[in-house]
Design a protein around this ligand. Sequence first.
Ligand SMILES: [Zn+2]
Length: 677
Amino acid sequence: MSLPVTAKVPFGGDYNPEQWPEDVWKQDHQLFDAAHIDLVTVGVFGWALTQPAEDVYDFSLLDRIVERAGAQGRGICLATGTAAHPPWLARAYPEVTRTDFEGRRHRFGQRHNSCPSSPVFRRLSTELARRVASRYADHSAVVAWHVGNEYGGACYCELCAAGFRDWLRHRYGTLDALNAAWYTTFWSHTFSDWAQIEPPSALTEHWRGPDHTAFQGVTLDYLRFCSDAMLTNFRDEKAAIRESSPDLPVTTNFMGMYRPIDYHRWAPHLDFASWDNYPPDDESAARMALTHDLMRGLKDGQPFWLMEQTPSVTACRDVNPLKRPGLMRLWSWQAVAHGADAVLFFQLRASRGASEKYHGAVIGHAGRADTRVFREVAELGAELARLGPASLGARTPARVALLFDWDSWWALEISDGPSRLVRYQQVVLAYHRALWEAGVDLDVVAVTADLSGYDVVVAPALHMLKGDLPERLEAVAARGGSVLTTYLSGRVDENDQAFLMDVPGPLGQLMGIRVDEWDARGPEVVNPVRLGAGVDQFDVEARLLFELVIPQGAEVLGTYQADFYAGTPAVTRNAHGDGHGWYVAAGLDRTGVSWVVRQVLARHDLLGPYPDVPDLESALRVAPDETRLLFLLNHRPEPVEVTARTGGVDLLTGDRVEAGQPLRLPAYGVVMLREDR
Ligand SMILES: [Zn+2]
């Protein structure tokens, strides 16, 4: 099973008409028509209305919402409605609320408030999903199922403790195996009964907070357990949907680089991936590209849905900047350029009260069509309508893979030493940004992905090495490819235990080095690194972590310039088979990372069409009929003019573009070039 079947890129978003009187619904749909909105996501937070008491189900309101949307010709992404449980449920069954990290049993409130291990929650959420699916499965407007919403958080209750022990029994089989994996001879922790095992919390292994644990193995397994427990909730609901709806695809909306949930472990259970894009600032073009690619990588490169984005502002942050004119359009096309086969908003009409009343919406509180935001949404809707199916199902022809690994993320950030200042995401973002600026089409993939199709594999801060990954990376180099990794890679096995060998562990052969010592310093300490050779030498800054490298066959391409290790290697390249292993031993600045990445890319002729034009993004998709679609996205607030590298037709304007001729993009402009065959 794959993506929902649609005739064009679906356009619309979350719609919560249960929040306002029905006489407004007519106006809603008139405005949807004006904005070319053809898909609504409904019922995400409907539990209290559809099941007002344990033995009472009332679908009359949802019936009317679904009927009207269908009658107006709109597709429906129908939610199971289990993302927030109703007050009566928490009152009748206190076990359904969560216990937090400090051990406090919560009472009714907020959302994300259900204990994933509660048998009552599992039974009633599954039953609601079963009834929703059975009632609407044959409704012609329903194109997809939306389970839950933005799964996340953690629970530390007794039910979760019992669930954790079961999960551990399944993982380890025996207490001897568990004791070995957790290294429990340290600090007298040897367990002699499963019942002795406690969830790692502020009451047990932790100090200062969730990242400060005395036993990394315990905390790592609890992170894995929490992710799996919520996955079980998703799978429960999906199985219930399948009883009456064998053919419609099922998804849940992810949150991009969201640490608590290992989306790679979830991905096989979704029919298609979808995610909510709320970048933390308005300078996040590279970060958004990375996250889109991460989401596309979840299902082997299959397109995803952009399930939510704000048309204007968010409300959840302390300060919520407005998307400048043109940015919503630009970022929407960026999503399409990276594999989105739907462009959807949260939300279509603004809530009148509660925590999202100031969250941006296509239709504001006054219900006007003559606002800038509505006008820009309607213009994008018209563009997508004109485009039709051209980009549906198109794939990204990537020859570069960026490895992303939740286990490495967790292990690095719960580790005592070498440095709390080295953050996994920041290292990944730094290397991704260099690739993005070079205009490279890349896949962001799990460490278990097939790497045989890639010329270059970049693995920043690959802290944990699992399974046969070292051999598969060696194979990439052996056949002529390049593998690039960094400091804090190859440190621990899947149980977070150090390898009993030189750092970088099983990557040592490929990298041709050994790391003898490491020096972590505050952000104010700079050790310059000299890169290049001969007259082309130049210095860049390095910070936070400095590994002291002793080459074991690798060639030295960069050296530290200060401290007692001045003159020793900071960047190396090792010949391995027909290719290379590259190692960056310190936190290089942006110029330094860019230099290393472009050295690697140049060898494989992988620089994009405009690698030296700042903030001009390029991304290629290849449609199922082999049509090549080149997206050019100008992220600058001023125009840019370049020379067209290939001829074709700009599908957004219908204009011809000739190779070798000037191509002008306005501020925040987009070109979607259907290249000549
Ligand atoms: Zn719980």
